[in-house]
Design a protein around this ligand. Structure first.
Ligand code: ADP
Ligand code: ADP
Ligand code: ZN
Length: 216
């Protein structure tokens, strides 16, 4: 089963994808994580992506599509994936539809995680991640626990693109380039939506309900 989590930066896609992948066994694929991993490994792709990510701009479609299609062609993606942060443009969505259809597959459902801009700003402003494993926390809403620290330490880092200047641009980029996907998937009757302004646990329950509705 191929499932897309759609929503603005900070909506909780990554948080939900990690939990949902554990519960369903779907492979979690985040293009943002792939770019950041390339950057850590000092690859050419990582260095190229960084110039866009730091500005809050999208990495060009050709590069992003090539990376994602290579990844879903591997054996461990055969049974399906949970896409987090891809597609982000109509061109990416079309490329994904074509590639899946060549394998006789299709998107089962695209789930929009609906969150207001105000809440997004609060979430991105406090987002931090474990310096060792990359697990995502929030300084107030989901603080790293001093009693049981992640990876044995509470050392947390903030992403460069979660600084206020980059956040505003990312919200604009979302409205201009990614929000049209809501109509794109709605037209095929494959859009579901969940209220993202609940506890992560409640959002997770709603997501599972939406998945059960298409997998039976
Ligand atoms: P967020 O969690 O805020 O939604 P991501 O980790 O998904 O952010 O992405 C971080 C950055 O990586 C984006 O701002 C963009 O520069 C780049 N990126 C990630 N996915 C894509 C994509 N599908 N197309 C283009 N750029 C992408
Ligand atoms: P995305 O992948 O969509 O950019 P994240 O999953 O990284 O979003 O979440 C953004 C921030 O909001 C993180 O700091 C995360 O801990 C926090 N967060 C996620 N879901 C919730 C929620 N339901 N309530 C409050 N904070 C949340
Ligand atoms: Zn950790």
């Amino acid at each position: 089963m191929y499932v897309i989590l759609l929503g603005p930066p900070g909506a909780g896609k990554g948080t939900q994808a990690v939990q949902t992948a554990e519960r369903t066994g779907l492979l979690h694929l985040s293009t943002g994580d792939m770019f950041r991993e390339n950057l850590r490994n000092g690859t050419e792709l990582g260095n190229l992506a960084k110039t866009y990510m730091d500005q809050g701009e999208l990495v060009p479609d050709d590069v992003t599509i090539r990376m994602l299609l290579e990844r879903i062609g591997r054996d461990d993606a055969r049974a399906g994936c949970l896409f987090d942060g891809f597609p982000r443009t109509v061109e990416q969505a079309k490329a994904l539809d074509e590639a899946l259809s060549e394998q006789g597959n299709e998107i089962a459902v695209t789930i929009l995680i609906d969150v207001s801009n105000e809440e997004i700003t609060r979430r991105l402003g406090g987002r931090v991640s474990c310096a060792t494993c990359g697990s995502v926390f929030h300084e107030i809403f989901n603080p790293p626990n001093a009693g049981s620290p992640c990876c044995g330490t509470v050392k947390m880092i903030q992403r460069d693109d979660d600084k206020p200047e980059a956040i505003a641009n990312r919200l604009q980029v979302y409205a201009d380039q990614t929000e049209p996907l809501v109509d794109y998937y709605n037209q095929t009757g494959k859009l579901a939506s969940v209220n993202g302004e609940q506890s992560s646990q409640a959002v997770g329950e709603d997501l599972l309900t939406a998945l059960q509705a298409v997998s039976s």
